[in-house]
Design a binder for this molecule. Sequence first.
Ligand code: SAH
Ligand code: SF4
Ligand code: F3S
Length: 451
Amino acid sequence: MKKVYIETMGCQMNKSDTERMLGMLSHFGYEETKEPKQADLLMINTCSIRQLSEDKAFSAIGTWGKWKKDALAAGENLKNRTNIKIGFCGCVAQQKANEIFKRAPYVDFVLGTHKIYALPEIIKKINNDERVCECTETNATEDNLAKEYNIERVKGVNAWIPITEGCNNFCTYCIVPYTRGRERSRLPEIIIKEAQDALNAGFKEITLLGQNVDSYGKDLEDGTYRLAQLLKDLNKLEGKFRIRFVTSYPTDITDELIQTAVELDKVCEYFHIPMQSGSSAVLKAMNRRYDRETYAKIVEKVRKMVPDVTITSDFIAGFPGETEEQFTETLTAIDEFELDYSNVAAYSPREKTVAAKWVDKYIPEDIKDIRFQRLNDKVKENCLKSNLKYVGRDMEVLVESFYEHKGKMINSGKTRNFKTVHIPCEKDLTGEFVNVKISGAKTWYLKGEII
Ligand code: SAH
Ligand code: SF4
Ligand code: F3S
């Protein structure tokens, strides 16, 4: 067996692609190694959501390029290591294509996000010392090809299953529509099969993935098979397991979807609804299709209909032109809508996007950093507030990991509503559902005692 090492950056979409690529590679005689120095094939699956993520990708492969050069120079002495191959994949690859070779001439292949199923062909070519760039855009999903290969899922309790690829929203700050293309839904039967396979393999949670999961199915044959229907069909699969879905675009969440989520026993009380900014004027500039009031109504409805729901969000600090007052509206939104947790980021200009052209409105780095920090502090404060609500309650936890902390063994897992719970217990309960009484709350987790 040859060995492959894949470094995965970015979101779950990339992690899911990596699992698919490992599946294909195992078919062609490659096994995964966690040790890059032992690999015959080194691959990086890149993210370009912010400039920093893109820069990280290039600095990581610089070291690999050096290894390759040294191995070639050492020739016979290193025998099997004279033929290291390097692949550059993912969102930066899709966006930059052939340019990658200029910047990193030691790269053997560039593979974008649209054609990951071209990997077997690519491997054949690079083993014949060809150089390959496969970054053409497709308007189709690759479901037919997906059927041919296994997925080498990262061991754990949660299986991620993409249901849509791409995005049509073109928020003015975001590069995803350029790196992942137009929105396309995967076929229900393929998704259900992948879920069943994951359950057969022992996974206890299925998370459906998409940039905008609520638009699932719009582009399928008759357009009537939507997320709610998919959830119903997945809920019918046998056994005890949980279902989640991310990410929801605020205005696309339908009453039917919320109602379905309430009615189905396996679908969890968790909605990730990125708001991005608390200011209606900034939201308009971002090309988000809602204002503060509309977002407020959606959150209120979800909270009313779904008892104990956790609502999380994403926010950007320092979007071009954001005033101090508008930034403060983001802080008050987190409080007012009692957002349980939020991912936050400082605005990073991205090539091709509309907002990147508003150079004269860029917020100075130092101010952006301070806003980012203030946003983080607000998130922390609200997270603790949210966690404190659950002290004294009985909750069901799905254990995800078992480790030692300060001389004690801890089982760590999630409640249905996505709260992390640490349970002191000598026995490894990974993969089990346990009922606990919440005995304490910290900023990032709850403490639980088995009952
Ligand atoms: N489809 C999801 C978001 C996917 S990208 C949605 O619409 O909400 C994940 C997050 O990255 C976004 O929610 C946004 O907060 C952040 N992000 C995207 N582009 C960014 C940029 N240029 N600078 C900083 N953060 C960005
Ligand atoms: Fe990016 Fe907006 Fe699409 Fe989300 S909805 S992926 S933020 S363009
Ligand atoms: Fe994900 Fe980063 Fe691409 S967030 S879709 S890996 S740009």
